[in-house]
Design a protein around this ligand. Sequence first.
Ligand SMILES: [Zn+2]
Length: 383
Amino acid sequence: MVTVRGNALIGSDLTFVQDVSIHIDGEGTIINISKERKPTKYFLPSSYVIIPGFINGHTHVGDAFLKDQTYGLNLEDAVSQNGVKHTKFRTSSKEEKIESIKNSLDLLIQNGYTSFIDFREEGIEGIELLKDELKRYSIRGIILGRQTDEDTLEEIIEVSDGLGIRDIFSVTQDDLKLIAKLKENNPSKLVAIHASESEEIIAESNSKYGKRDLEIIGNCNSFDYIVHATYSKEEELKLLSKNKINVICCPISSMYNGLKFPPLELISKSKIMLGLGTDNVLFCNPDPFRLMAFTLYIAKSNKQNLSPKEVLKSVTVNPGLISKKKIGQLEVGFSGDLLALDLESNNLKFSKDVYSAITMRADQSDIRLQMYKGKVIKWKNLK
Ligand SMILES: [Zn+2]
């Protein structure tokens, strides 16, 4: 068992509590949070604050080897089946693909992520490649696979944590029925899809099906969540809310690709659980600090009202709840994944609000302690 003692953001509302002891058992689960004042190796200075480890709600960790090679291209030329990304996948060796994944995993951990939810390309082979690398890394990868010409949806859901469907055009009506059946038989697995990402995609959906993609997906309650919702309308969000379909937005990715800033305030107000992700590593590095700051600044400039605490929840508590795993909160029964940041660091000193400090000023250099399942992976006590 390991005990971490200090000030912490506790529970699903990230409530600031002074001097608590968080006990984590040998299995890596938080078994008790108390005001007990016993000495422990990890008795943190009073300027530190313990927070849940970050969860990246949406990644494509396989494409780090294409960093900056699609800047200026449109979405279609960058990541469609015949675009730069998939051409690279088809022409790369296994070793190159492993190096790409390893770079992403190193970046995620370095930046304070303890979990990520990946939309994994290349069917079973792609899933196995990532699973294999994860054995050597202190981070939880939740892998959502997609079907290929060789691998069926049934086979994919069997070997993964669920389905991460590319878009509405990659599934037939029969596939949607099959997905509903698979979800019914595997309720703990996740089913998700990219939707409402660009106006071009919506126009194509309209011309092919006579409906916007989100309208079709919003009526399929087999989906746990959708990724993007960048161009979603109020009535579509009502439909998602009604069918308990949550949303993961990727604001940096949207802006990088010259798209709109997602309607985050409207999504939150529609009683939809909102998570944030960094999307393809080829677009931007998986960095929660940059993601939070960027989100708050651009939301403000778009006259959207979002609080720093809400944004912090969208990279911890919310994606944890969306993933249906016991992660993303400092709470009994949840995984002992945590970070401690020093509020007296040069970045954070003098800030009067802990949530603003973490979301708009902190960076990875402020992480003093990082634990994954109760195991220390970073410890630099500078006091
Ligand atoms: Zn994506």
